[in-house]
Write a protein that binds this ligand. Structure first.
Ligand SMILES: O=C(O)c1ccccc1NCC(=O)[C@H](O)[C@H](O)COP(=O)(O)O
Length: 332
């Protein structure tokens, strides 16, 4: 069966998987001739065009540097695996989709009619010495005392030396809670690995990074049974993705905002939430109680409570939970 047909994807999936994948586009692994991706955004959230036939330039910002690093890591993995084994792995993953008993999208569907937002806590290592087991204990406290309904665990090598083991430990510690991986997702193999580690979903498909490959990444994640919101930065992206059937959107208010005007990030999130198509669901990242309250007032269905907000409460998880509940409860 053709993979594109199997995935129901609008972009040919084989172009992402073809033999020249590793030598192709630096941004998305597609062969250069058939490149459809938008290069990583520069500061300000704008794509940063760079023809394929030019030698790599020094990355201009942190995001570009991260994406280049992820590409190098993936190149190594794919080279070791071989194209045939890669193809087989991707195919078998779609034949055995995950069926997590607890899903973020289900929680959202249940909570929205009751006027509640789903709180997704980012479980991050407070220090580089933190172990997977300690992270699992933190996750338990976030659920029992902090009011977390779902979790996101960073799996990028820059954030943890344990990678997917952190995700697995957290998932085992809170088995009735959807646990999502948070990473930079540029290739379907990463989605496979996340699924195999027991995740209920994945955060990190960023339309400014994957460009026209976004539809494939989104539909492939859905085919594997994972909730994987697509991060968007403007109304045009929403319009294009909606046409491709994307229904779950992520908004990171920290992206490309060099303007230090109070409330500016909140207004961006508010505007974008207003652009989402009817029936779509949303997850907005928040770094403060004020951002959480504003996102909720703007209609966010779920909030990614980021590590910086969680860690600002130290070990007082109960106080954090109360403050968050107060912030996201809408007055009639
Ligand atoms: O980071 C968010 O606010 C966010 C919100 C909702 C879904 C996904 C989100 N992040 C996923 C990403 O991959 C981020 O864009 C990326 O890690 C950059 O995050 P940051 O460095 O915190 O701006």
């Amino acid at each position: 069966m053709q993979r594109a047909a199997m995935l129901g994807a609008s972009t040919s999936y084989s172009s992402t998987l073809g033999p020249s994948t590793v030598r192709g586009c630096r941004n998305c692994f597609q062969p250069a001739r058939r490149r459809t991706c938008v290069p990583p955004r520069a500061s300000g959230g704008q794509p940063n065009p760079q023809p394929d036939d030019e030698p790599p330039k020094t990355p201009t910002n942190a995001l570009e540097a991260t994406i280049r690093r992820k590409q190098r890591e993936l190149e190594t993995t794919i080279r070791e695996l071989g194209m045939e084994a890669l193809d087989e792995r991707l195919q078998s993953a779609t034949q055995m989709p995950a069926n997590p008993p607890y899903r973020l999208s289900t929680l959202i569907a249940e909570s929205v009619p009751q006027g509640r937002a789903v709180l997704v806590f980012e479980v991050a290592r407070p220090s580089p010495e933190t172990t997977s087991a300690e992270l699992a204990e933190l996750a338990k406290a976030y659920v029992s005392r902090g009011g977390a309904a779902a979790m996101a665990v960073r799996t990028d090598s820059d954030a943890t030396p344990s990678g997917l083991r952190d995700l697995f430990s957290v998932q085992q510690a809170v088995p009735r809670v959807p646990v999502l991986a948070r990473d930079w997702l540029i290739h379907p193999l990463q989605v496979c690995e996340i699924k195999e580690a027991g995740a209920a979903g994945a955060l990190g498909i960023i339309n400014q990074v994957t460009g026209r490959g976004t539809g494939v990444m989104s539909s492939f994640s859905a085919a594997l049974g994972l909730d994987a919101p697509v991060e968007v930065v403007n109304a045009r992206e929403v319009e294009q993705l909606a046409k491709q059937g994307v229904v779950f959107y992520a908004i990171n208010v920290a992206v490309g905002l060099s303007v230090a005007v109070p409330g500016f990030a909140n207004r961006i999130a508010h505007g974008l939430l207003g652009e989402l198509p009817f029936g779509a669901i949303s997850l907005v990242g928040v770094r403060s109680l004020e951002e959480a309250a504003a996102a909720r007032r703007s209609g966010a269905d779920a909030l990614l409570v980021k590590a910086e907000l969680l860690q600002s409460y130290g070990t007082d998880v109960g106080a954090l939970g109360n403050a968050l509940q107060y912030a996201v409860t809408l007055d009639d």
